[in-house]
Design a protein around this ligand. Structure first.
Ligand code: NDP
Ligand SMILES: N[C@@H](CC=O)C(=O)O
Length: 482
């Protein structure tokens, strides 16, 4: 009873939020009655058989969305009973030539308000990127009762709590504006949907995988095809894999945003991104790949989140990792992503597919759009919260690479430092080198705490013979030798 009164009150006061009815629930009579109550409330096109979109961004992903929607328009009409129409695309530069055809009747605009204030636009699709203007656009669209589809993991990860707050205040799980973000993690892989709905009766023990396509493409190009770092990055950008600011990719930050979102879904926790140890691929050298090969494996940039043994804490990191050639992740190449979810009920499930690029990413956005138009109800966008704690420490076997100036006593000193911090050495590798500049040896430890490795490296870095910063990476599995 109280609930009904609240709705009436807000409708009378012209609130946009409570009186918004999404297109799939509207009838012609509901449209007109809202229209007469408050003209600013109505966002649906006059024709309720049409769903209209405003897309923020006409680049790699935006162009792909337009192309798929155009190509499959009649199919989507059969699926949803609605004609899905792109009415406006907001870009920075309206004069730039586009690599996709503008649908009939679609306008290119440069002002956000051209979409936000257009009451005939039902859904806002945010694929322009960034965390400032994109945030205003997403929040404003939601508050104006427009459902939002976005691929923006950086924004979701940074402002997760605020987005959740707005969705809760809008009653987004009921009939209000909805929020869909399948494309934000692992591009074309439907991992968000899976994490929202497929593990409800399970405890997720571990999520680990290749969750950035750009860097996996680069590592493949450098390791397998002998390309330089610069050439590999430039090719990844040309193919539409890199972020507008590629530091997000190569620095591991894009993977960290995705990992944070996955942790929210798997463990109900909203960890501060900065607490997750994050290292990208910029410290890697040719020598690391050579040693990895000698050990019978390769190097992948991974995002890993793991529940501790008593189930009370989750640790997580983004880092280059040594993986053996027998590991399924070792053969995942190019922009392909792969994520393993280990849970008590399902043991290991591995999701693999294209993680970046125009069509894989646009495919996920289109799935979200069509699902909204069809009126599919989905689970809570972010699953229930928990009070799971974050632990900024984990145990692993580690690979260390130390560049040195030759002198007597190096291995003794390393051994003493490791002993001091309780780090047991499994093996030491040293390839003979022609040039002193490239002299480097590698150590593989036994399973130890990450915190101990940091202490070992800090001590080694202070020694005379140590050139530059020592490099370290976790070895993916404890049974890496079997
Ligand atoms: N590319 C990929 O593989 C994937 C991308 N994503 C995410 O999708 C989003 C878009 O990526 P992508 O398509 O690659 O990016 P692009 O750089 O290719 O395209 C961005 C588009 O947004 C427009 N734009 C950018 N800033 C503004 C602004 N301030 N105002 C108006 N328009 C703006 C640009 O306009 P103009 O063209 O005029 O410059 C451009 O059309 C990002 O959040 C990204 O992280 C997610 C998964 C995969
Ligand atoms: N730059 C990102 C794009 C998709 O999320 C990546 O390479 O994974």
């Amino acid at each position: 009873m109280r609930f009904n009164l609240a709705i009436v009150a807000s409708a009378l006061s012209g609130s946009r939020v409570s009186s918004f009815v999404p297109p799939h629930l509207r009838s012609p009579s509901s449209s007109s009655s809202f229209s007469s109550a408050s003209s600013s409330v109505l966002h649906a096109s006059a024709d309720s058989d049409t769903v209209t979109l405003g897309i923020f961004g006409g680049g790699t992903v935006g162009g792909g969305i337009v192309e798929i929607l155009t190509k499959k328009r009649s199919h989507f009409k059969l699926l949803t009973g609605k004609d899905i129409v792109v009415r406006k695309i907001c870009v920075r530069d309206a004069t730039k030539s586009r690599d996709f055809e503008l649908p009939d009747g679609c306008e290119i605009v440069t002002s956000y308000d051209d979409i936000l204030d257009d009451e005939t636009i039902d859904y806002a699709v945010e694929v322009m990127g960034g965390t400032t203007d994109a945030k205003d656009v997403v929040m404003s669209a939601l508050r104006k009762g427009k459902s939002v589809v976005t691929a923006n993991k950086a924004l979701i990860a940074k402002d997760l709590a605020e987005i959740e707050g707005v969705l809760a205040s809008l009653g987004a799980e009921d009939a209000g504006a909805q929020f869909r973000y399948e494309a934000a993690v692992c591009g074309g892989i439907p991992i968000i949907r899976s994490m929202q709905g497929d593990f409800v009766g399970a405890n997720v023990k571990l999520m680990s995988g290749i969750i950035n396509g750009c860097t996996n493409f680069m590592l493949t190009a450098m390791d397998r095809d002998g390309k330089s770092y610069e050439d590999a990055l430039s090719q990844a950008s040309d193919l539409g894999y890199a972020e507008a600011d590629p530091t997000l990719d190569v620095g591991g930050f894009d993977a960290r945003s995705k990992l944070k979102i996955l942790m929210r879904l798997a463990y109900g926790m909203d960890v501060d991104e900065d607490e997750i140890s994050c290292r990208g691929i910029t410290e890697l050298t040719k020598i690391d790949f050579e040693y990895a090969k000698t050990l019978g494996g390769t190097i992948k940039l991974l995002g890993v989140a793991a529940l501790n043994d008593d189930g009370s804490k989750v640790s997580a990191f983004v880092s280059p990792c040594y993986v053996t050639n027998a590991d399924p992740l070792s053969s995942v190449s190019g922009a392909t992503n792969a994520i393993e979810v280990v849970s008590d009920n399902l043991v290991s499930s591995i999701y693999i597919g294209q993680g970046a690029g125009r069509y894989p990413t646009a495919n996920s956005c289109v799935n979200d759009i069509v699902s909204l138009a069809r009126g599919d109800s989905t689970p809570l966008p972010f699953n229930p919260k928990s009070d799971m704690k974050f632990a900024n420490n984990y145990e692993s076997v580690f690979f260390l690479r130390l560049n040195y100036r030759d002198m007597v006593g190096i291995t003794r000193q390393v051994g003493e430092i490791c002993e001091r911090h309780g780090v047991s050495i499994h093996s030491i590798l040293q390839n003979p080198r022609a040039k002193d500049q490239e002299s480097a040896f590698a150590i593989v430890t036994e399973k130890v705490e990450y915190a101990s490795i940091l202490k070992v490296l800090a001590d080694i870095e202070g020694l005379d013979w140590c050139r530059g910063k020592p490099f370290y990476m976790p070895v993916l599995r404890d049974d890496w030798q079997s």
